[in-house]
Design a protein around this ligand. Sequence first.
Ligand SMILES: [Zn+2]
Length: 412
Amino acid sequence: MDDEYVRRTAITRLVVSDEQQSLLEATISEYLTGTQLATDMVWPNVSTKDKLQPLAYDPIREQTDLSSQHAILATHQAAEAISGCLERKNKGLKASKPTYTSPTITYDTRTMTLFDDHTVSLTTVESRIRCPLALPQDEDGYQWQFLNDAQWELTESTLTARDGTYFLHMGFRRHKTDAERTAEQRTAENGTVLGVDLGVENIAVTSTGTFVSGGELTHWQNEYEQRRASLQQCGTRWAHENMQSVGRKEDGRFTILVHETANTILAEARENDCTHIAFEDLTDIRERLPDATWQHRWAFRKIVEIVTYKAKSDGIRVEQVNPRHTSQQCSHTDCGFTHEDNRPTTNGQDEFRCLKCGYEIHADYNAAKNIAVKCAKNLHRLHTSSGGGAPVDVRLNSGLLTVESRGTVVPR
Ligand SMILES: [Zn+2]
């Protein structure tokens, strides 16, 4: 069932009067009592909604003031908590009987109604109450896209109290579009990843072996610095204007270069029928690439941004992976040895030579392969947890690597 829908949550504060607040407080308190009651009755022997509901429904109705539907929801909540605990236990983790203290209650479409005037009516232990949603004034609030679009339907919501303020987490869902379904199928059936390493000497290197030299960027950057330095010495108005024009010319060259690089990466992905393009996460790029100037860092971010934007229309997804060890690890399938000395600094930055297996390869290409494999492993893990377990391919210049059962990487 979950496969048919896209699900989102919109969070908003509720405007409540004092009287409504005490009703909500009482309702939440009864709900926690009911959920605990159901849990205490069956722990740890029953963990499914179907079995728990008939056992605990009557006792909850007798011992709390909950409405019939909230009594049912409390049994469902208990079942979910118990099965979560048992799952942890099965993994050998510590898991004791669930207790419920956080002031939170579930509302479904039977216990909550959302009206067009952006108020909600909520079931309580006494009468229903109707409260306005405290939505953002401007139309930019992300909540509006769910409220103002009939495609999105309300599902299950949770109400949480925090210091006397009530937050409603409204669950929405809509049917997936055909494009979304197709993209997912492609991924689930058999993903193919193109890895991309971004750097200074080579601005981009793909796992298919395409190199985009960073020479031009460095050249224009030096030109700029030099001309700026000499103009600065003149210090006249004329020099100032000239400097700005150097800057503009610079910006133009950088922008063209960045677009060309992004297009090369995209063309490579299309030609090789890739479903995913993987970059490194750029968060700590300043520390990881001390040689990169602000122009490089700007270029890297821009490249990822353009590729992400343009890839969408081809149904290609862009992922960013954790950069840890991607440049130090040996990308040979039988090895994977990680050591900083795999990059001998004496013989130039290009070289990667594995201290363990002796594998020699261009350092940036080694990184691009590692990035692709990392992404493929993440995707494979996702497939496996969603029950698919389909293998994921990595596109190389010499063929394919396939990440299959339990993350093993095999050449094809
Ligand atoms: Zn090795």
